[in-house]
Write a protein that binds this ligand. Structure first.
Ligand SMILES: Cc1cc2nc3c(=O)[nH]c(=O)nc-3n(C[C@H](O)[C@H](O)[C@H](O)COP(=O)(O)O)c2cc1C
Length: 211
């Protein structure tokens, strides 16, 4: 399977939770620049190590490639809290948001760009606003998603370990707000040059999938 940006996988396995989905964020896919730059996509490789291990264990995987998808960022219209209980924007992200309701594991993977996740990922992430209940009374009761899901959050960046812990903290906090039990893989200190050895992170991801 080609490594594509902003992926989403859904997996079904017997002794694995029923479904898994992954969003992996990196740009340039389906784009001449991508073919020219020949940069491997570390965040996608790591997410794929997780999903391939899960698939090997019998999972059914569904992939969504966000960078090849047409979608808008959240418009802040609050239609999801007034006239619908789902995001009222209808585009390629609609299916992803719908799948979140039935997924047991969601793998979110993105590179760090200028101290946050890349824009493609952030645009998708903002659309998850529609997963918050309108009438939530407590933090524990704020998510429209069925309870007990796991989120695997994968971030890659060139800076040293801990340099972007604020990003991890922030995204973890919101994932917990949605009711996810959050697991983190940080691929820090990754060199910008192609062919950097990321095998240690691939092993981490595969190991986590086997847990
Ligand atoms: C536009 C842009 C901005 C970046 N900003 C940061 C940054 O703020 N901190 C950092 O550590 N790395 C930064 N990087 C490096 C990427 O996070 C790093 O190369 C990452 O491993 C790429 O992941 P990928 O291989 O999945 O695309 C930036 C890269 C680009 C292209």
């Amino acid at each position: 399977m080609a490594l594509l940006p902003l992926q989403l996988w859904i997996i079904k396995v017997r002794h694995f939770p029923n479904k898994l989905f992954t969003t992996t964020g990196y740009p340039f896919e389906n784009n001449q620049h991508h073919r020219q730059c020949q940069k491997k996509r570390d965040s996608a490789l790591i997410a794929q190590a997780f999903t391939e291990t899960a698939a090997h264990m019998g999972a059914t995987v569904t992939d969504y490639y966000l960078n090849a998808m047409q979608y808008r960022g959240c418009q802040g219209c609050e239609g999801c809290h007034t006239r619908s209980d789902r995001c009222v924007l209808k585009d390629d992200v609609t299916a992803i948001l719908d799948d979140l309701y039935s997924a047991d594991i969601a793998v979110f993977s993105a590179p760090v760009y200028f101290g946050d996740t890349c824009g493609q990922f952030k645009m998708f992430y903002d659309r998850m606003w529609s997963l918050i209940k309108t009438d939530a009374t407590t933090e524990d009761d704020s998510s429209r998603l069925p309870p007990v899901k796991t989120a695997v959050l994968i971030l890659s960046h060139v800076d040293a370990t801990g340099a972007h812990s604020d990003v991890l903290d922030r995204y973890s906090m919101y994932l917990e707000f949605y009711g996810f039990d959050v697991r983190i893989i940080t691929a820090a200190g990754i060199r910008i040059q192609p062919n950097t050895d990321v095998s240690v992170f691939l092993n981490d991801a595969a190991g986590l999938a086997r847990e």
